[in-house]
Design a protein around this ligand. Sequence first.
Ligand SMILES: *[C@@H]1O[C@H](CO)[C@@H](O)[C@H](O)[C@H]1NC(C)=O
Length: 495
Amino acid sequence: MRLTPCQAALAGAIGLNLLLLYCAWLRPGFGGGGGGGASPRCRPPREVPGVTVLLRDFEDFENDVAGTARSFAALPLPVLVAAETAPYPPVPLPPGARLLLLRPAPDRPPRDSRPELHVRTRHVAVVPDGTRAVPGLLERMRATLETGDARVVAAPVGTEPLRCLGLRVELREWTARYGPGGVSGGVCGAVEGAAVLLLRTRDLFNLSFPLARPLPTALFVQAAVRGWGLRVLREAFPAAPPALPASPHNRWKAESLAGARRRRLMRDLGIKLEVLADGGERWYGCTKDTARCFGTVHARTPQYLLAGRWTPPCCLRALRETARHVVEALEAAGVRYWLEGGSLLGAVRLRDIIPWDYDVDLGIYREDAGKCRWLREVEAAGGGAVEDAEGFVWEKAAEGEFYRVHYSRANRLHVDLWPFYPRAGVMTKDTWLGHPQDVEFPERFLRPRLPLPFAGFTAMAPNNAREFLELKFGPGAVEKPEYPNPAVKRLGQGD
Ligand SMILES: *[C@@H]1O[C@H](CO)[C@@H](O)[C@H](O)[C@H]1NC(C)=O
């Protein structure tokens, strides 16, 4: 078929229109009007085949960024050095390598600090500082990525092989668990050891924290949340001699900075416990010296429940420790106590604190309270706080006639002690907070009290605990878990 000049012009115009439409569609904020003015110019989508080398994890005071960038830029490949602020002392970059400053500055357009606008290739390789290029290896990694089921491909740097780990991230429990990996078909959740990580640019910049440091850890955790697998190649990139950092002082500096970055990353990702492959644990968050990691609880629904999460593991641990401490003190003093409310429910259901509970409740015989030295001292102090030998703080609750034992002065996680007294065979008390389960009960449940495993120790509980719980919470209370205040948030609703 022959085209007349007129037809050709028409076809050209239609093509141009389509292209413009496509460009407008690609613009961030299109249709929403967001973006705050300086929208990036329309540019081709990331259809450029190839790999951009991304250098992100390095120290200002001692690095091999220049050498690493030179090695990859010579292949030749585009190299992007991403840092919050310009490295100081400055790093001389070879042609083909660019510095990208991630922290916005008032005199620079926003696009300057948006990394996703500066990577045009379809793939990106996250390269550790001190790596040397190997011709063809990034292409082999890309081929592995594009032909397999993995979303990330790793290759070792240096002579040590990578260790493949499994990784399970339970955001609801604020926990990342590493374990043995690579058993089924060699797909890992994470790798241990210095590695080049290759992935699709589109995948990297669709992460919530695409360039958080340390980048490999940030990547593994976010990949695990999305169910992405990681495949490991055997072939290695050489490491630059000498190994960095060189001096003991710089090593110490690098380690302390790495620790601080890791803590910040875990805080951003919402992870408070890492269980390592060897069974070791790394905790982030509440200790005796920090504030409780959730604020005042309103409507019996802590903030974390509304955010779709359960009690942070450090809080559960501190609650268990406080409960054990209080129970030991009460037993030593001969105070008759028993597991109450949600704590008894947890003991019967799973021998532990309910994973979304925020305190521990114990009932005590009011007439026994004076036997416990700390409760006596609280009364002598007019209800004020008394710190015991182990740093737990006992006091009268502001809300009424009951006691509260805090984990520490700073950390207000607590065990509540509810003084009950018998009246005509019924256990009653003087303060009622209006919770549905807060009701009187026949004293026969306490004659006798029976031991129950709870939170890693043994605590006393009412006999016929199930009947006791149904009296308080209603029929089926043991079998049907529910959040403390279903009117505000129900279990299984939105999480
Ligand atoms: C980006 O991630 C979301 C989930 O976080 C997913 O639904 C979406 O398809 C992804 N987009 C692309 C372009 O991969």
